[in-house]
Design a protein around this ligand. Structure first.
Ligand SMILES: [Zn+2]
Length: 444
């Protein structure tokens, strides 16, 4: 049978249309799984509620085996909080996270704990990009690898923009961080989104922001599909602000975030999103390779830290540990008063053996003891409230000596009041003083 040219053409057009439609249908939507952690704080080994890097990595691998499109993200504060991180200044954490195969991370305020120059080392160690659009070195160069990256997850293009709190200087030590600059997070994201929107199927802001700031960012900048946040508040389920979903997992890996997204590729829109947190106890068995890597590092510190210094007959809550720390730093300095911030006490003392490692966990920052002078009338902040509550009489004209730590000495206003010039940093580590005291006096 011979077909006339118009009919041939018509058949061709129909066939072509069918082919195009078929392709369009097949690629109209895509799914993407995002796994996320935040505030790991160096917790690489399994312990109590913390699953450890090996189980987290096993979960990442399991999900990757099931789904072609996966992005694994971390929302900052990877370091500081464990002896492993402290003894090696955070470096093993980035080596281990690399082996866990993260796709991207944002800088958190604790990544500045050893000075901004250390971040260069972290960038070398991490196989994944460290992103941050609004943190700058004194010479105005970006402190991170890049402000954003467009990552391909099995054909789905995710534009990942990193931002950190503009108020980061309040949260970090000054030493080693002189001259660095943080620009407003909203402006930083607003500049990037329109530039990359067309090249991406979805845009994710990977943020390290205070409570409420993630919502403010979502409302202020159009076009962010998802915010993966760290630093502030764990979210059991994704919340929506404007057209943006916000998620945040638990610290120390106690809860791993998992978000399943359905994307309308044509309109570059999320058409379905489900998020949940995976409990440590629901994670698979440890990944052997990562387990070995963690063990290798842990062995280096065991000899130093797993030494029993006392036995506690009860569990001592953080508030009471704070009082103990105050007693100790007051004794060391011979000061009239002492103030230790509750936020600087990171763990309670559990009933049973108390080891050097336990003290390191309670005070993971390596703070030193500082002695200040404050006139009675210039005492303020939390310290003054505490003194009033315990009925201490303050003489306004008297000059008091106050023992505290270097973190508080750098930001006295809301905590202890306005000191007169000339504070003295003893350079005695708080935890060394605490370990000595407990060795000598026991714990109860
Ligand atoms: Zn933080």
């Amino acid at each position: 049978m011979k077909l006339s040219l118009p009919i041939k053409l018509a058949v061709f057009v129909v066939l072509l249309l069918a082919a195009v439609l078929n392709v369009a249908c097949a690629a109209d939507t895509a799914s993407l799984v995002i796994l996320h952690t935040n505030d790991l704080h160096g917790q690489m080994r399994a312990e109590k509620d913390n699953p450890g890097a090996a189980r987290i990595a096993a979960y990442f691998r399991q999900v990757r085996e099931k789904h072609p499109n996966v992005l694994v993200l971390d929302a900052g504060d990877s370091v500081s909080g464990t002896p492993l991180s402290l003894l090696f200044e955070g470096e093993p954490i980035f080596e281990i996270m690399s082996a866990m195969k993260y796709d991207a991370a944002v800088l958190g305020n604790h990544e500045f704990d050893y000075g901004y120059k250390k971040i260069r080392k972290y960038r070398e160690l991490a196989a994944h990009p460290l992103l941050c659009a609004n943190a700058f070195a004194p010479d105005n160069s970006l402190l991170a690898d890049a402000p954003y990256r467009i990552l391909d997850a099995g054909g789905v293009r995710g534009g990942i923009i990193g931002v950190i709190l503009e108020s980061t200087p309040v949260h970090i030590i000054r030493a080693g961080n002189e001259g660095i600059r943080f620009t407003p997070q909203i402006e930083a994201v607003r500049k990037i989104v329109p530039r990359i929107r067309k090249k991406c199927d979805l845009i994710i802001a990977l943020t390290h922001l205070d409570e409420g700031e993630d919502t403010a960012l979502a409302k202020a900048v159009d076009g962010i599909d998802l915010i993966v946040n760290g630093h502030s508040d764990m979210l059991e389920k994704p919340v929506k602000a404007g057209n943006t979903f916000i998620v945040q997992a638990g610290e120390h890996g106690t809860y791993i975030g998992r978000v399943e997204i359905k994307i309308d590729l044509k309109n570059r829109k999320i058409i379905g999103l489900e998020g949940k947190l995976i409990k440590a106890s629901d994670l698979p068995l440890p990944d052997a390779e990562i387990g070995k890597l963690v063990d290798k590092w842990e062995k280096k510190i065991t000899e130093k830290l797993d030494i029993r210094i006392a036995t506690s007959t009860r569990t001592i809550e953080e508030e009471e540990v704070k009082e103990l720390f105050e007693k100790i730093i007051r004794q060391v300095t011979g000061a009239d008063l002492a103030y230790y911030n509750l936020g600087g006490i990171r763990k309670k003392i559990y009933e049973g053996d108390v080891t050097v490692r336990d003290v390191w966990k309670i005070e993971p920052f390596g703070n030193t003891i500082v002695k200040l002078k404050i006139k009675g009338e210039d005492l303020g902040g939390v310290l003054l409230e505490e003194l009033k509550a315990s009925g201490v009489k303050i003489e306004p004209d008297r000059e008091y000596t106050v023992a505290t730590n270097n973190f508080i000495a750098e930001r006295t206003e809301n905590e202890i009041g306005s000191p007169v010039a000339g504070s003295v940093n003893t350079h005695v580590l708080v935890r060394d003083a605490v370990i000595e005291y407990i060795k000598k006096n026991g714990i109860d």
